[in-house]
Write a protein that binds this ligand. Structure first.
Ligand code: SF4
Length: 362
């Protein structure tokens, strides 16, 4: 089995109490069944508090955050009360693993970090695509049940997987030579995806992208920021299901935005570096490449990349132009406005909910 992970993955270390946007705030904390059982049996004052704070809904256990948005076990010094008293082994699976993520489509496995962690985001947004690859001993061959759970079970999957990895490699090598302006960058990106689509899925009988391929023949060029893309962004905000108070604050700011925002943005984002286009393309193609196996197309991945970056770009400008000073404090913690905070906000509010990403994959 092939295992891949970004070079920065093994070096990740949580910055603990210096983290401004702690993962122990503003989220419901999922508690897995085994840990919940342990918490229910735990003695002492901590056990009592755990039972008081543990809730159950639709068969799932969780800790609800306090009124100020903090996990009930997050202490003033930024450390976790459960970890401090009982050690790491008593943490729930989510708390123990975050922001690390593991995913597998047999015989391929990858490890990476969630963009929703501010320390991970800094590594992701400076990643040049360096990967570590390992051939793993295939212990899973005896676990037939698991294999079929994670595999599409279709013939030709392994070849397609290899082709998808080769497509990604080619794209990553080409990225540094893409046009510097955003519209040009996306025209080139779409061209590469459409060419890849033709090569990888030419046998797809129900090929739904004839029109796009025709457009490719004629050359692609459309403005990234336009009335149409702003309308698209507004529609996304109607459909996205955000999580909590910060999302509500964002929507209040968003509703102040003027209809001609895209004109401001054309000059604001002249260069691709401001939006970390290369780095975000690498992150999303690494993380979501295997959707091509299921969808039998790589174009949903193109649309996902475009929509994620479009959302972040418009949101970045909206916070710049329409947020009041006290609102900026909520998003930027008193620091100078920085794009990586918008990327973290996006990942927390949008990316972590599958139904939102399904919208983006279209
Ligand atoms: S968001 Fe990341 S850096 Fe911050 S507390 Fe959580 S794991 Fe640590």
């Amino acid at each position: 089995m092939l295992l891949e992970y970004p070079l920065f993955y093994p070096d990740f270390a949580c910055i603990g109490k210096t983290c401004k946007d702690s993962c122990c705030r503003d989220w419901l904390i999922d508690i897995d069944f085994d840990t919940a059982e342990k918490y229910q049996r735990m003695g002492g004052a901590l056990g009592e508090k755990l039972r008081k704070k543990l809730h159950k809904k639709d068969g799932e256990f969780y800790f609800e955050v306090e009124k100020d948005g903090r996990c009930p076990f997050l202490q003033e010094d930024g450390l976790c009360e459960i970890q401090r008293e009982k050690g790491e082994e008593e943490l729930s699976k989510v708390c123990d693993a975050y922001p690390r993520r593991e995913s597998m489509v047999y015989p391929y496995m990858q490890l990476d970090l969630h963009l929703s962690c501010e320390e991970a985001a800094k590594a992701i947004l400076s990643w040049k695509g360096e990967l570590i690859r390992e051939e793993l001993e295939d212990e899973r061959l005896s676990e037939k049940e698991n294999i079929s759970e994670n595999s599409t079970g279709e013939s030709g999957q392994d070849e397609l997987l290899v082709s998808l990895l080769a497509f990604r490699q080619g794209l990553w090598e080409a990225l540094p030579d893409f046009p510097q302006d955003i519209s040009g960058f996306f025209a080139e990106l779409k061209t590469v995806f459409l060419q890849g689509e033709e090569l990888l899925f030419y046998e797809n009988k129900a090929f739904p992208y004839d029109e796009e391929l025709e457009a490719l023949e004629q050359g692609l060029r459309s403005s990234f920021f336009s009335e149409e893309s702003f309308r698209e962004y507004c529609k996304m905000n109607e459909e996205i299901q955000g999580r909590g108070e910060l999302w509500k604050s964002f929507l209040t700011i968003f509703h102040r935005a003027e209809k001609d925002l895209q004109n401001k943005m054309q000059s604001f984002y002249r260069e691709k570096d401001k939006l970390y286009l290369e780095e975000l393309c690498r992150y999303y193609t690494f993380r979501y490449l295997m959707t091509g196996l299921k969808k039998k197309s790589i174009l949903p991945l193109f649309h996902l990349i475009r929509k994620c970056i479009l959302w972040m770009a418009y949101t970045d400008s909206i916070l710049q132009y329409y947020a009041k000073e006290e609102e900026k404090q909520l998003f930027f913690f008193g620091e100078e406005k920085a794009f990586f905070r918008v990327a973290v906000f996006f990942s927390k509010e949008v990316e972590h909910q599958k139904k939102n990403m399904d919208l983006f994959l279209g």
